[in-house]
Design a protein around this ligand. Structure first.
Ligand SMILES: *Cc1c(COP(=O)(O)O)cnc(C)c1O
Length: 467
């Protein structure tokens, strides 16, 4: 054993081929596996030995347990019949880039600790500014803004609440007086991010008939808080809510935010991917006046979890809040201010090479390939929505939004729950039963990497068979 207990490069080569083969086979058979895991709590742990192995195990045993221990406890988000939650798409180039990033094992906390990590990330996020039709001042190369990859949209939303809080406190406000706003349909990460950032006042603003934030209600809430001596600090508008895909009036929110001096954050976690398609961009009109914008390539853009993008219109307040300089991180490049040190752009110090998978996805599909698949998903959802409208026992609860269809049974909540249960009883389909207030509905998110018309047809047959 030339290298102690370590796997040698030659063993790695052999086992690596076995692992790639295993994943390729998984891709081929994932459509035939029952989508939802049916294990009970504790079932997977019961298959694991009481104590960690004292002696080395052969790699074949590790691989075998992928099938015997892991797969029974996997819910197959990569199945083409996946219509639940939002997608969490993987793809070939993304998976391979993850392997390379792990192989390099580089840590990009500073520009100097691996310049390629920082420069590729900054550059690819600048590409994405153009691909999503966002304003050029979001680009790191032009500034004063810039983009950074984070773990999740929840992290980004929390972070901008921290930055907005800090800006207000530096301006002389008392932290106890700060107020954060989002709509009643905002993602739970908005309320949670605000609370964790120290806001004691979080307002859930009313929505209109299609569940979009009412800018007039926002104005009223801000004025009421002002009159009470509080300090309105930040508002989040959603482009594509999680509940029904509602699109808040971003331009009107931008007007209100500018009038009252609030930080304006745009949460396009899921629908941001659709902005690659020019015909969708009117939904985010006004985002060019926002202070920050976040979206998740790890949902709909074929880049496996985790990969979230945050852009800020001005990076100065972000860095002012987050930078610190212990002596062991000092280096000539940082002090020259010619480089970005991404550790100053989020809470973690260390960071891995997440930009590689995004870079490979953008190059491997090309913008043309990405648009092709996004448009196909959007068209499939539109077609499903039309069928729902024509069906005597079904109705939509909200407009079809991007690739999300929300429907219910005309007979009410029990019939709607029964419909969702009947669909999910099938091994090859998965949808999410949901509710607004006490109105039940079925959420169908089209957009899994491998979903095609065949899968939507199968879903439609299951819906009509049960309705
Ligand atoms: C999914 C989603 C989030 C949360 O995303 P994470 O990356 O899982 O934190 C936030 N906002 C909206 C609108 C979402 O759809």
């Amino acid at each position: 054993m030339p290298d102690g207990f370590h796997m040698t490069p030659d063993e790695f080569r052999r086992h690596g081929q076995e692992v790639v083969e295993w994943v390729a086979e998984y891709m081929e058979r994932v459509g035939e596996l029952p989508i939802a895991s049916t294990v009970l709590p504790g079932d997977i742990r019961a298959r694991l030995p009481e104590a960690a192995p004292e002696e080395p195990e052969p790699f074949a045993a590790l691989l075998r347990d992928l099938d015997d221990v892991v797969l029974p406890g996997i819910t197959h988000w990569q199945a083409p019949g996946w219509f639940a939650y939002f997608p969490a798409n993987a793809s070939g180039p993304s998976i391979l880039a993850e392997l390379v990033a792990a192989g390099l094992g580089a840590q990009g906390m500073l520009w100097a600790t691996s310049p390629a990590l920082t420069e590729i990330e900054a550059h690819v996020l600048d590409w994405l500014v153009d691909l999503l039709g966002l304003p050029p001042h979001f680009k790191t190369a032009l500034g004063p803004g810039g983009g950074v990859i984070q773990m999740s949209a929840s992290d980004s939303t929390h972070l901008v609440h921290v930055v907005a809080r800090d800006r207000a406190v530096r301006g002389g406000a008392s932290i106890a007086d700060l107020v954060a706003y989002g709509s009643v349909q905002a993602h739970s990460s908005v309320e949670r991010g605000a609370r964790v950032a120290g806001f004691s006042h979080v307002r859930s603003v009313d929505v209109d008939g299609v569940y979009a934030l009412r800018a007039d209600a926002l104005s009223e809430a801000i004025e009421r808080d002002r009159a009470a001596g509080l300090v309105p600090t930040i508002v989040t508008s959603a482009v594509g809510t999680t509940g029904t895909g509602a699109v808040d009036p971003v331009a009107e929110v931008a007007d209100v935010a500018l009038e009252h001096g609030l930080w304006h954050h745009v949460d396009a976690a899921w629908a941001g991917s659709a902005m690659l398609c020019e015909e969708q961009r009117h939904h985010q009109a006004g985002a060019e006046r926002a202070d920050s914008y976040t979206f998740n390539p790890h949902k709909w853009l074929f880049t496996n979890f985790d990969c979230n993008v945050l852009w800020v219109a001005d990076r100065a307040p972000l860095i002012a809040t987050l930078s610190s300089l212990p002596p062991y991180l000092r280096n000539a490049a940082s002090e020259s201010s010619e480089v970005i040190d991404y550790r100053d752009w989020h809470v973690p110090l260390g960071r891995r090479f997440r930009a590689l998978k995004l870079w490979w996805v953008l190059r491997s599909y090309g913008a043309t390939g990405l648009r092709h698949h996004l448009r196909e998903h959007i068209a499939l959802a539109a077609e499903l929505g039309r069928r729902v409208d024509e069906h005597p026992r079904l109705e939509r609860v909200a407009p079809v939004s991007f690739a999300l269809v929300c429907l219910r049974h005309v007979d009410g909540d029990d019939a709607t729950d029964a419909l969702a249960a009947a669909i999910n009883a099938r091994p090859d389909l998965c949808v999410t039963p949901s509710a607004i207030g006490d109105m039940r509905f079925v959420r169908v998110a089209v957009g899994q990497t491998h979903t095609t018309a065949v899968d939507v047809k199968r879903l439609w047959e299951a819906i009509t068979g049960a309705a």
